[in-house]
Design a protein around this ligand. Structure first.
Ligand SMILES: [Zn+2]
Length: 136
């Protein structure tokens, strides 16, 4: 069986997430353009080259404010209008959702919801961004 483009992008996002150094939450993102070509991938983590002691990862609340979300890393690799679809392993947070809207992305595919944070659904609806939950 041939998988859909949504599943394809989500599978790539899932693979990208396994590169995350975050022990608690690993998130991956993959952007496709209107020709269904992969424009970018990203995962959550600290800025490139930033080294921290192992203890940093033990305090979940402390590390959270420093983390760069998978969507931000993914979006940083292309220009506005270059991607049509974004697949993310977790439903984006509200901050990433507004950034996704700003990038002109018209479709978001996700797999899971993080701690029942569903504000993104409202934001996507407001901006007429199609949002589809896949799997589970
Ligand atoms: Zn986010």
């Amino acid at each position: 069986m041939r998988i859909s483009w949504e599943q394809y992008a989500l599978d790539i996002a899932q693979t990208a997430s396994s590169r995350s150094e975050d022990h608690h939450v690993k998130v991956g993102a993959c952007a496709l353009n209107s020709q269904r070509m992969v424009v970018s991938v990203g995962y959550n983590g600290l800025a490139s080259g930033k080294d921290v002691a192992y203890d940093f990862w033990r305090n979940r609340d402390h590390r959270r404010k420093f983390m760069i979300h998978a969507e931000v890393n993914c979006l940083s690799l292309f220009k506005k209008g270059e991607a049509q679809m974004l697949a993310v392993t977790l439903l984006p947070c509200s901050s990433c959702a507004t950034m996704i809207a700003g990038y002109g992305i018209s479709k978001v595919v996700y797999k899971d919801i993080y701690e029942r944070d569903t504000i993104a659904l409202e934001i996507f609806d407001f901006y007429n961004i199609e949002c589809i939950k896949y799997g589970n």
